[in-house]
Design a protein. Structure first.
Length: 70
């Protein structure tokens, strides 16, 4: 059996929700998970859209990159 390990250098994750607070919580949880595999936040972008009922709907994209210093 041959096991080969590779470092994850980049990872992009998408989040969505009906409030900024819910998205913030999801992102913070994922930041903690990604710290364990040596990834940190490189950039964040977000957008808000109004649904048919007039309520806002939030989406975010977070780009994680490998930490350069161990």
């Amino acid at each position: 059996m041959n096991i080969q390990l590779e470092m994850i250098e980049d990872k992009v994750e998408f989040f969505e929700g009906e409030s900024l607070k819910s998205i913030e919580k999801k992102i913070n949880e994922q930041i903690e998970v990604n710290k364990s595999i040596l990834l940190s936040v490189h950039s964040v972008s977000h957008q808000v859209t109004l649904l048919d009922n007039g309520r806002p709907y939030y989406t975010s994209v977070v780009h994680f990159k490998m930490k350069k210093h161990f």
